[in-house]
Design a protein around this ligand. Structure first.
Ligand code: FAS
Ligand code: PHB
Length: 400
């Protein structure tokens, strides 16, 4: 067995782990990252596309925001299409001047990977059988297997950035953890194509045939989603079948403008709401999808991960620089306040825009009436806008 020592052992080299590693490096705090798959595999997963200002600011704080600002597309609004009508939600106006940015998670992850490599920082890819140990003591450690050897990393803290299926949450004592979950009875079939976006801004569609989303990655690359039954298999969906179904869910203007083309990637993502309480177990902290999952309707997954990382980074800096444990003691409470508000918005937006199996016909009328009210009400547009762009980090703590 080989033994190495670091201050923070990070499990997972997705956006959470890489962003935390980069921020800690900037603060002079040593961190090693252990990742189960290869870097190319991580980059091959097509996921989020919308960054909130909090995430943008963190990328800048981590010193990796240059390409994001050059290539990212600032969006000040989204469109809602229902009952044959399209309405624009002026995010900028109704959020007090905020915007979002279209910049794919793949690109954000690439920027973080490049920065880490340039700084010569240790990321162990294709590490097998990662395990976390003694995190209820002051001397936690991580073990993993690679090249036929078992390796040990002694550390002060373990950051569980290993996603929903990771080992860190699974290693927390069952008596110490509460999990809240809602699984949705449908999935999102996503398609990525090198075709110009159908519209300048995103279009969220509530159609009788199911939800659809017209998103983008650049002026020449589009990302589309269709709500599909959980029983669907991605192999059953040809590109033509995808484009045909998407057209059936769009309005005449978008149908006419839609440019179709071969898929670069196609996948079906399940939808769930999931929260773990607490997010801290002694010297192990959960951040990002390791601690919570949202249905992607509200574009919150990646942005929530960034907020967890911000709180954990601040807490670790406070520990090492000010010798204070106040931040790490408050980590879980601070994260969960923001997590539950984003979970609520993502759940609400999902209920509003999707067709649920066994829905009575009246449910669609309720949805259209709610959308009609929201689109014609300052309060309605404000509630959508301020949640979509992301609530401020200091948004009121939850009432006890
Ligand atoms: P990730 O899951 O991205 O990263 C965790 C990393 O840990 C992975 O690289 C994994 O290989 C590694 N890992 C797991 N177990 C390990 C172990 N035992 N040892 C070592 N490493 C281990 N969010 C949006 O906002 N919009 C979207 O459209 C959207 N679409 C999504 C589609 C899918 C299929 C999924 C799964 C998620 C989607 N999300 C979306 C949410 C997604 O973007 C996450 O919020 C984001 O990836 C969170 O990043 P991490 O917390 O780093 O988790
Ligand atoms: C995306 O572009 O992948 C995307 C955008 C907005 C969402 C979900 C996904 O709500």
């Amino acid at each position: 067995m080989t033994t190495t020592r670091t201050q923070v052992a990070i499990v997972g080299a997705g956006p959470s782990g890489l962003l935390l590693g980069q921020l800690l490096h900037k603060a002079g705090i040593d961190a090693m990252i252990v990742e189960r798959v290869s870097g190319d595999y991580v980059l091959g997963r097509i996921r989020a596309g919308i960054l909130e200002q909090v995430c943008i600011d963190l990328m800048d704080e981590a010193g990796v925001g240059e390409r994001m600002h050059k290539e990212g597309l600032v969006h000040g609004g989204i469109e809602m299409l229902y009952d044959g009508q399209r309405h624009r939600v002026d995010l900028n106006k109704y959020s007090g001047g905020k915007n979002v940015m279209v910049y794919g998670q793949t690109e954000l992850t690439r920027d973080l990977m490049d920065a880490r490599q340039a700084a010569g920082l240790a990321t162990i890819y294709e590490a097998q059988n990662t395990q976390v140990h003694d995190f209820d003591s002051a001397k936690p450690y991580v073990t993993y297997e690679k090249d036929g050897l078992t390796h040990r990393i002694d550390c002060d803290f373990i950051a569980g950035c290993d996603g929903f299926h990771g080992v860190c949450r699974a290693s927390a004592p069952r008596a110490a953890i509460r999990e809240y979950e809602k699984v949705y009875p449908f999935g999102w079939l996503g398609l990525l194509s090198d075709t110009p976006p159908v519209s300048d801004e995103l279009i969220y569609v509530n159609s009788p045939r199911g939800f659809a989303l017209c998103s983008q990655r650049s002026k020449t690359r589009s990302r589309y989603y269709l709500q599909v039954p959980l029983t669907d298999k991605v192999e059953e969906w040809s590109d033509d079948a995808f484009w045909q179904e998407l057209k059936l869910r769009l309005d005449d203007e978008a149908r006419a403008k839609l440019v179709t083309g071969p898929s670069l990637e196609k996948s079906i993502a399940p939808l769930r709401s999931f929260v773990t309480e607490p997010l801290r177990f002694g010297r192990m902290f959960l951040a990002g999808d390791a601690g919570h999952i949202v249905p992607p309707t509200g574009a919150k997954g990646l942005n929530l991960a960034a907020t967890d990382v911000k709180y954990l980074y601040d807490a670790l800096v406070e520990f090492y620089k000010d010798k204070s444990e106040a931040g790490i003691d408050d980590y879980s409470r601070k994260c969960l306040g923001r997590i539950w508000r984003a979970e609520r918005f993502s759940w609400w937006f999902t209920q509003l825009m999707h067709r649920f199996p066994h829905d009575e016909r009246i449910t669609e009328k309720f949805q259209h009436a709610e959308l009609d009210y929201l689109m014609h009400s300052e309060a309605g547009l404000t509630t959508i806008a301020e949640n979509y762009v992301g609530l401020p980090l200091d948004f009121g703590a939850p009432r006890r």
